[in-house]
Write a protein that binds this ligand. Sequence first.
Ligand code: AMP
Length: 210
Amino acid sequence: MNLILLGAPGAGKGTQAEIVCDKLGIPTISTGNALRAAIKDGTEMGLKAKEAVDAGRLVSDEIVVGIVKERLAQDDCKNGFILDGMPRTVAQAHALEDMGVNIDKVIDIEVSDEAIIARLSGRRVCSACGASYHTEYKPSSVEGVCDRCNGALIIRKDDEPATVLERLATYHEQTEPLVEFYRERGKLVVVEGQEKVEDTSALLLAALEA
Ligand code: AMP
């Protein structure tokens, strides 16, 4: 199954992608994780993307389309994939169509702005593997340490309060139009984000089976 996870920053796309990935055995393609890895490694792409990512703005369509195109060409995407955080603009959605990528379902995880702000303030991510945690809703077994790889958990630079507001504004302006874009194509499934991760994933997995 070829899936897109849509939703505001902090709606839980990354965590839900991990759950669906484990359940269906299909890889997640996270442009945010790919960009953070490139920034950490200091690659040419990372240098180009750093300023926008740190400020909570979108990086160029050209960069993210390039990341996804390269990743989708790999063998493990043949039986399906989950796109987490891409497309984020209508131009990126058109680029996927132009590549001939067939999408089965687009899951929009809906969460209010107030809940997003509360969630992002408690979010912690693994500096090594990118796994996502929350101090209250999804704590790691040992504080500050990743359950998966023992990496150190950190606060993302773009989860700082001023940057979160910028990211939310960017979402409403540039990404939210994709809800209509995919509704018109009959691909959209809306899932109400719940307080508990497992409650959202139960709704999401049911929506995939429907
Ligand atoms: P995420 O981890 O998905 O919240 O992404 C973190 C940051 O990476 C975003 O705030 C953007 O700066 C950048 N980014 C990730 N995916 C995209 C995309 N599809 N288009 C543009 N910028 C992106």
